[in-house]
Design a protein around this ligand. Sequence first.
Ligand SMILES: N[C@@H](CCC(=O)N[C@@H](CS)C(=O)NCC(=O)O)C(=O)O
Length: 223
Amino acid sequence: MTQTLPVLYSFRRCPYAIRARLALAHAGLACELREINLRNKPQALLDASPKGTVPVLVLEDGRVIEQSLDIMLHALRTSDPDGWLAPTQGSLQDMLALIERNDGFFKQALDRCKYPERHSAEEVNQAQADALTWLAGLDDQLEATGYLFGQNPSLADMALRPFVRQYARIDEAQWNEQPWPHLQAWLQRWIDSALFAEAMETYPGWVPGTRGAVFGADGVGSD
Ligand SMILES: N[C@@H](CCC(=O)N[C@@H](CS)C(=O)NCC(=O)O)C(=O)O
């Protein structure tokens, strides 16, 4: 079967895949979405990217982009209608530095808070403290404008929100009681947005040999 669109291997709930879908949908970069089962990865995914994580974007010319942040950058360098790469405060480098801390420091804490049974009590206590510190820091950063880097949603807002959502979902009652009004509002605005709805649409599992669903063709504004 000839490939007429970029192919996105995706998994609906994965925060990395969510951030990639947000950027693709926002850019209006149409692709063929192949929803995969992480417990039974299709050979086509492993052939394209042997590391076997999602998201992976295979371009029409065969180039493979296998990191979520690189997929976001590729999409936004193609089309960035709301200036996610050019925030009104701070620089791309500042955003990339925050995303790196999210993907390292906060992601580790998040996993330990989410699956405490897999870690020692000491590790879990430390992770809970780290998560609180990180999230309180984001709340401070959001206080002035409601976004992380100035007046509008940016790459950083969209790259971090799926991970904060995962944290909020560990215990929603506890999340709602936290003293982070800016962070809570920032997360909720996104969850209520058309872009979130587009990125979180449900697709049937991809059947190898068939064409996946067309995703991202329309272009959806930020919240
Ligand atoms: N650094 C990668 C991380 C992607 C990642 O870890 N994705 C998870 C799903 S959320 C995955 O595919 N894990 C492989 C597995 O569970 O076998 C990225 O940014 O794309």
